[in-house]
Design a binder for this molecule. Structure first.
Ligand code: ADE
Length: 239
């Protein structure tokens, strides 16, 4: 899977790309990430890519021209033009279902906005998919781009060491319930014990306990995920 990121702050990505699962995936050539500085595509002698909004109002707007030129040039760098994604709080909310749809596309161009966002003609001309990672405002699209990349690469075959480890996760395909709590050694810490059932070796009892914990957690924290009938019966899959 190939990612091309367009940002005004490309340095934000350098630490991120060198760490953990993502750096291993890059090393194994399962994933490639190319970061592009939008300022390279401006013709302004002061390297500016933004201007004041027509109609007035606070802040600055990223100009259409450098963005379109940048994207069209970057598209030529790969075997296919790829999926253009604009990260914006006004986009469609990213969830696991959307991640699973996007993973079928082998190339994504991620446009990270700053300030008051992009001139709307970027959308008219490039017709990107507009995506938000949640109902809160970040300083720009960079953190959102990292979240997207991370959620996508986890589904690229070979990236996760243990192929099964995202099957059980909260929100994995068809799973609309939160994951149960996990424990590891020691068995007791500051008086807090690991639940006895997890030490029992009884796999059926462990499965039942985990399912019950998942349902309780989901009911408590994300009631919206549970399709509950009026009598309180849960009719969602738990695994
Ligand atoms: N840029 C600023 N806030 C954002 C958000 N919540 N999602 C995606 N991009 C953003």
């Amino acid at each position: 899977m190939r990612f091309d990121i367009v940002s005004l702050f490309p340095e934000i990505f350098s630490g991120y790309l060198g760490e953990s699962l993502l750096s291993k995936a890059i090393e194994q050539q399962l994933v490639s990430v190319n970061v592009h500085d939008l300022r390279k595509w401006t013709t302004d002698k002061h390297q500016r890519v933004d201007d004041r909004p027509f109609g007035g109002g606070p802040g600055m707007v990223i100009q259409v021209e450098p963005v379109v030129r940048c994207v069209e040039e970057i598209q030529q760098l790969g075997q296919q033009p790829g999926n253009i994604i604009l990260l914006t709080p006004t986009g469609k909310r990213l969830d696991q279902k959307l991640v699973e749809e996007l993973v079928d596309t082998p190339r994504h161009l991620l446009l990270c906005g700053r300030y008051e966002g992009f001139d709307h003609r970027v959308v008219d001309i490039l017709k990107p998919m507009e995506i938000s990672i949640g109902d809160y405002i970040l300083n720009g699209g960079e953190v959102a781009a990292m979240a997207m990349i991370e959620s996508l690469i986890r589904l690229v075959p070979g990236v996760l060491g243990d192929e099964m480890s995202n099957v059980d996760d909260s929100f994995s395909s068809g799973n609309r319930i939160l994951e149960y709590p996990q424990y590891t050694r020691p068995r007791e810490y500051r008086g807090f014990q690991v639940p006895e059932v997890l030490l029992s070796g009884d796999h059926q009892a462990i499965d039942d306990w985990r399912k019950a914990q998942s349902i309780e957690r989901t009911r408590d924290r994300r009631h919206d995920l549970l399709g509950e009938s009026d009598d309180g019966d849960v009719d969602q899959k738990t695994s």
